[in-house]
Design a protein around this ligand. Structure first.
Ligand SMILES: C[S@@+](CC[C@H](N)C(=O)[O-])C[C@H]1O[C@@H](n2cnc3c(N)ncnc32)[C@H](O)[C@@H]1O
Length: 224
């Protein structure tokens, strides 16, 4: 069964959408007739959300990532006649934001907790976002103090274990010690949903919708 049919079945059974289904639904809802940038478009997905935006009627689509384009991305993009522009770069580098320009809709999922300075990253997202930010981030459960963000490098293994959960892949920096050479592959932050929301607001967005999942949040934000 393909992803669209699985999402339909889950809706029929009144099951919560999966996180990827949530992303696909929000992208489809926002992109028709709009320009679109996917920040962190490559690992594990090979630009799938960028292609989904094209399928949904986006007028111009750009994907950006630190990684070089995967063979899967290149093959699929050829089938789409090269309509996804790929920029290889670090979203925290001002020259990357300059190369990207702006888009009506910016999608960024699975990046915020991997960067050492999430507010800086959000400010760069604000710079390239002319309308709507769709932001997905892994989260930790809310703590006693609202807006808690836990800096993970050099946290004791025991404290890290308390914040972790089972997943298919090892979460570097959360399930392991911090690995300096791995840079952005590390989980730098354990962010509570309320901390993510406060940071997004501090960077110049208003939060219009919140979608909570077990270990992540997805926010629909307007650039203000
Ligand atoms: C966990 S994956 C998420 C992939 C996809 N967005 C998703 O939600 O399934 C994070 C992606 O963001 C990229 N990335 C991490 N830090 C980045 C940065 N500073 N600038 C650009 N891309 C970055 C990684 O290379 C990787 O492809």
């Amino acid at each position: 069964m393909n992803a669209t049919n699985t999402a339909r079945l889950r809706r029929l059974l009144h099951l919560r959408p999966t996180v990827p289904d949530r992303y696909r639904e929000l992208i489809a809802r926002h992109v028709r007739g709009r320009t679109f940038i996917d920040v962190g478009c490559m690992w594990g997905v090979h630009g799938a959300y960028a292609f989904h935006a094209l399928d949904g009627g986006a007028t111009q689509v750009t994907g950006v990532d630190l990684m070089s384009p995967s063979p899967e991305f290149v093959t699929r993009n050829l089938a789409y006649e090269g309509r996804v522009r790929f920029v290889q770069g670090d979203i925290n580098d001002p020259s990357t934001a300059a190369a990207l320009g702006t888009a009506d809709v910016v999608f960024c999922a699975g990046v915020l907790y991997h960067v050492p300075n999430p507010l800086l990253t959000l400010e760069h997202l604000r710079r390239i976002c002319a309308g709507t930010l769709l932001l997905g981030s892994a989260t930790i459960p809310e703590q006693r103090q609202p807006q808690t963000a836990v800096f993970l490098p050099f946290l004791s293994p025991r404290a890290r274990r308390a914040l972790s959960y089972r997943s298919a892949d090892v979460k570097i920096g959360l399930d392991t010690d911090f690995v300096r050479g791995e840079r952005y592959a590390n989980w730098f932050w354990g962010l509570t949903p309320s901390a993510v929301e406060a940071m997004v607001r501090a960077a110049g967005f208003e939060v219009r919708e919140r979608h909570w999942h077990r270990r992540s949040i997805c926010l629909v934000c307007a650039a203000v």
